[in-house]
Design a protein around this ligand. Structure first.
Ligand SMILES: [Zn+2]
Length: 71
């Protein structure tokens, strides 16, 4: 997933605990229940998909890193 950008997200958020390879232990954070993301795939083709559950959680975590945010 190259250059991901969240273009839509659920209005509802939930509190969750997350771990990160950059930090010890777990920390609380807020995540959207679902997100719609535009990005380029490995062949640099434009993609747009909706994600929910743990996949949405991980994508939000990694996009935060792209923006310099740690949980
Ligand atoms: Zn992380």
């Amino acid at each position: 997933m190259l250059n991901p950008e969240v273009v839509k997200a659920s209005s509802e958020q939930y509190e969750t605990g997350e771990g990160c390879l950059s930090l010890p232990g777990q920390r609380k954070t807020m995540r959207h229940e679902w997100i719609e993301v535009t990005y380029r795939d490995i062949k640099f083709r434009k993609q747009k998909n909706k994600f929910s559950g743990s996949t949405a959680k991980i994508i939000q975590h990694e996009i935060d890193h792209c923006n310099g945010v740690l949980i």
